[in-house]
Design a protein. Structure first.
Length: 181
């Protein structure tokens, strides 16, 4: 079974790393690596060395501005500093409207309805950004699953081809009904 250029493109195979006299050249950074290397050993690169596309890099490069913004917001919202910033913000809001800072005029009386409105609008935007980011991550997972499936099918077909070839190498049964070892 010979792989055509179309098959290579379909399952994401590319020219891949180049073998050099002193090892394998990384297609991403151009650095030389040992022949048995799986990942590029150069700091800041660490790309997998193989004849396949880098799915994550392709999807990251194809992101729109809003997708990049959504990924950044979702990433920040999922970390402890997000909680700390909000705790400080709420504390200052309550203190400012509780006349603790005498020079500031009260802009949101208790029960802080303006704060509630601001938080509701923030929640709407954060939810939208998180959903956009999750859609992007789902697309990445689906692309990887599709490539994994295609590689599995290709491996299965190659294994079946090898099995058929091995079957042709089996010695024929002898005329006495015994098989030769």
């Amino acid at each position: 079974m010979t792989m055509t250029a179309h098959d290579s493109e379909r399952i994401g195979l590319t020219a891949g790393p180049i073998s050099a006299a002193n090892g394998v050249i990384c297609p991403a950074c151009g650095g030389a690596n040992p022949d048995d290397a799986v990942f590029c050993g150069h700091p800041g690169c660490h790309k997998a060395l193989g004849e396949f596309k880098y799915v994550l890099e392709e999807l990251l490069a194809a992101r729109s501005r809003i997708e990049r913004l959504a990924d950044g917001v979702a990433q920040f919202a999922g970390k402890p500093p997000f909680i700390a910033v909000h705790a400080i913000w709420f504390g200052l809001w309550v203190l400012a409207n509780g006349r603790v800072f005498g020079a500031l005029p009260v802009f949101d009386e208790y029960p802080y309805s303006l704060l509630g409105l601001v938080l509701a609008v923030e929640a709407i935007f954060i939810t939208g950004f998180v959903l956009i980011s999750q859609n992007h991550q789902t697309a990445y997972s689906e692309k990887r699953a599709e490539l994994d499936y295609e590689i599995t099918i290709r491996s299965y077909r190659k294994l079946m081809e090898l099995e058929r070839r091995l079957e042709t190498l089996k010695p024929a049964p002898s005329s006495e009904g015994k098989q030769t070892p």
